[in-house]
Ligand binder design. Structure first.
Ligand SMILES: [Zn+2]
Length: 170
């Protein structure tokens, strides 16, 4: 997908108010779910929330990122790391968004979907059981576990939430 630069000069207070009415914000730290239009899913891409400005569709996460951080993502991808449990493509909470290059985005999707053990380190079944035990019973954070096992957030988050290594439900 190619990305258009945001029409920053057209993002007026009125446009911002219209934008803010399009998502459901349960709380500051949960996912803010886009309630309006999405792109169609094609070629394995996830559906992306869209927001129209002056007749042109933009990816809503890119606008959310701009409104919060003051940075137009331009050629970069806006990726998700939603808390607590998923990579939620409808989420426009800027705290859950990060800027990646295209290759980082592809790697991240790869991590999150296809190949949970891809990375610097492969997780053995025992590692997975231990990590879950540390998280659920010992009060470790995902950040602590990322450091211990040298895994990225997305991979660790999925592991902890039983979205990967699902054969290890005990
Ligand atoms: Zn989110």
């Amino acid at each position: 997908m190619e990305y258009l630069s945001l029409p920053v000069h057209l993002i007026t207070d009125q446009v911002i108010r219209r934008f803010q009415q399009k998502y459901w914000r349960k709380s500051i730290d949960k996912c803010w779910i886009w309630q309006s239009s999405h792109t169609g899913a094609n070629k394995g891409n996830r559906r992306a929330p869209i927001f129209k400005i002056d007749g042109i569709n933009y990816v809503a996460t890119r606008i959310a990122y701009y409104l919060h951080y003051g940075i137009d993502p331009e050629s970069k991808c806006v990726c998700h790391d939603c808390f607590p449990n998923k990579d939620n493509s409808s989420c426009v909470n800027p705290e859950h968004l990060w800027l990646g290059t295209m290759s980082e985005n592809i790697l991240d999707a790869f991590y999150k979907g296809v190949q949970p053990s891809f990375g610097n380190r492969k997780m053995s079944d025992d590692d997975v059981r231990e990590a879950r035990n540390l998280f659920y019973n010992q009060g470790w954070s995902i950040k602590d576990l990322m450091d211990r096992y040298n895994l990225k957030y997305g991979a660790m988050n999925k592991l902890i939430n039983y979205q990967t290594f699902i054969h290890l439900i005990d």
